[in-house]
Design a protein around this ligand. Structure first.
Ligand SMILES: [Zn+2]
Length: 144
């Protein structure tokens, strides 16, 4: 089983278990994955990237959270745009590539891509700094 960090189009974060990495795409395309908070079926894997400024803080009080949300969303969109503009997309090989760069075995550059929760845990334990990239704003073409 593979555990993925998921997020819906309302930015709720949750986890999903899948027998294989392709299962997420299949189930998501068929509308079988539902956000446990708002029941949205527009769900995506959270994209992992090396730790970047502006990463989401967890556990802030709910009131402060909502007051700052608009500002945070704008900052997060900027962080994401910066990463997508300047980093190499490496897809499912993110964990392997991040480790290779950390160990000097691969070209030192910014990368982003998908990783399982287990892969992220392994990277963090080995001192490779990674963080979840802010979610992508929902695209109109996805809402069908
Ligand atoms: Zn939701």
């Amino acid at each position: 089983m593979i555990r993925y960090a998921l997020a819906c189009d309302q930015e709720h974060e949750f986890e999903g278990w899948f027998a294989a990495s392709a299962d997420f795409e299949t189930q998501s395309a068929r509308g079988l994955i539902e956000c446990p908070v708002c029941a949205s079926r527009i769900v995506r894997k959270q994209i992992m990237a090396p730790a970047v400024a502006g990463a989401k803080k967890r556990g802030a009080p709910a009131g402060a959270e909502s007051a700052k949300r608009a500002v945070m969303m704008e900052a997060m969109a900027r962080v994401r745009a910066h990463v997508e503009d300047t980093f190499d997309y490496v897809g499912d090989t993110f964990a392997r590539e991040a480790r290779a760069i950390h160990e000097g075995k691969s070209e030192d550059r910014g990368i982003y891509g998908e990783a399982t929760a287990a892969e992220v845990k392994g990277l963090v334990e080995d001192g490779v700094p990674v963080a979840a990239l802010p979610p992508e704003p929902p695209k109109k073409s996805d809402v069908n």
